[in-house]
Design a protein around this ligand. Structure first.
Ligand code: 1CP
Length: 349
């Protein structure tokens, strides 16, 4: 751990912790912190009508990114966009239907490879980067701006099925049947996603998170091939171009394979889902920064149990580099007062 320590008091707290420092009061932000539980988000969302149009309008997307910072003073802002920007920018048809989540024209890996066009991505990526620069300009120096993308495996599950699925069966079946084209698809996504993250960093993102929300459904051999290998490739390419920018991996649900994920991808931090035991998080914290893992449903429920769990998470992770966060995205039914209570308690001694 000591060799990762680049002590620099002038850096924001979240970056110090990502570089391996343990803070008595951990930095805090929440996955999906910009979104539907906030009335000010719902108001803008209703005016924009179309979700992708919101993401591609820098003025609105920057405003939405900043809304939770104004309200709760989190240590980090996360760019407001979506993991499905990548398929959209590559030319696949992506829509967000009210009440149904995302809808894509799902296709087999070979057909996707024939249709996707890397040359197309520049125009849409530059709109997202314009949001990044606007947000960085508006934030004070102690706040960190996090850029993000989806991991190749998770993004591919939507590109093949055409929508979210409980078990990612369409993508798993397609990948088992045509491993060669599936590998090529993940390779393309890894390269394009790295270009996208580099562009976000050049525009002002100071750390990046790679969301692999569906990493937990794979057998270990496929986990190596479809989760670890593309993530390791992205991080290797990223380090060549942006050596100092910390990377948070979030292989959700892959608890038993977390140590292997850390060792083989080279992430600086690992996002831990709600089901990961705190003792395991503490042990992972010996090699990387750990982030998480409050249950979003407990934050929604509130009360004494919430208070005692926040206390337990902080206690279990004291002395290791820890970023306080949820184990998955905040729910749209979460009362604002519960978020206020969380931030207050995490910042109390
Ligand atoms: O109707 C609406 O207002 C849209 C709701 C919404 C929002 C607010 C979607 C649709 N995406 C987002 C923003 C978003 N998505 C962010 C913004 C930054 C933040 O505040 O954190 C981020 C980081 C994401 C990432 C994302 N999108 C993931 C990975 C994280 C996770 O929660 O697992 C995934 C899987 C998506 C796909 C997606 N986009 C939207 C929905 C409803 C979904 C899930 C679809 C499904 O599987 O059913």
């Amino acid at each position: 751990m000591t060799d990762r320590l680049t002590k620099n008091a002038s850096q924001p707290k979240l970056i110090r912790v990502l570089k391996g420092e343990a803070e008595t009061i951990p930095p805090v932000w929440l996955m999906r912190q910009a979104g539907r539980y906030l009335p000010e988000y719902r108001e803008l969302r209703a005016r924009a009508n179309d979700f992708l149009h919101l993401c591609y309008t820098p003025e609105w997307a920057a405003e939405i990114t900043l809304q939770p910072i104004r309200r709760f003073e989190f240590d980090a802002a996360i760019l407001f966009a979506d993991i499905l920007i990548i398929p959209d920018a590559l030319g696949q048809n992506v829509r967000f239907e009210e009440g149904h989540g995302p809808r894509l024209d799902g296709m087999m890996p070979g057909d996707l490879l024939a249709m996707l066009d890397r040359e197309k991505t520049g125009e849409k990526f530059s709109l997202i980067c314009e949001t990044v620069s606007r947000v960085r300009e508006a934030l004070t120096a102690e706040k960190t701006l996090i850029g993000f993308c989806g991991a190749p495996w998770t993004v591919a599950t939507y590109m093949i099925a055409g929508h979210g699925t409980p078990d990612q069966a369409p993508a798993r079946t397609a990948a088992y049947r045509d491993r060669e084209n599936f590998d090529r698809l993940l390779d393309l996504l890894a390269e394009v996603s790295t270009d996208y993250l580099v562009a976000q960093i050049e525009a002002g993102a100071q750390a990046v998170q790679i969301f692999d929300s569906w990493a937990g459904v794979l057998p270990d051999e496929e986990f190596d091939r479809w989760v670890i290998a593309p993530t390791a490739k992205m991080i290797k390419l990223l380090r060549m171009r942006c050596p100092d920018v910390p990377v948070i991996g979030f292989p959700r649900g892959a608890d038993g394979l977390s140590q292997r994920f850390i060792e083989q991808t080279g992430v600086d931090a690992i996002g831990c889902n709600t089901a990961m035991p705190l003792a395991q998080m503490r042990s992972l914290g010996k090699s990387v920064t750990v982030q998480g893992n409050l249950d979003p449903l407990l934050l929604e429920a509130g009360g004494l149990l919430l208070e005692s769990r926040i206390h337990d998470i902080r206690g279990a992770l004291s002395g290791v580099p820890h970023i306080f966060n949820l184990g998955h995205g905040i729910l749209k039914t979460t009362p604002i007062e519960h978020v206020e209570q969380l931030v207050k308690q995490v910042r109390s001694n």
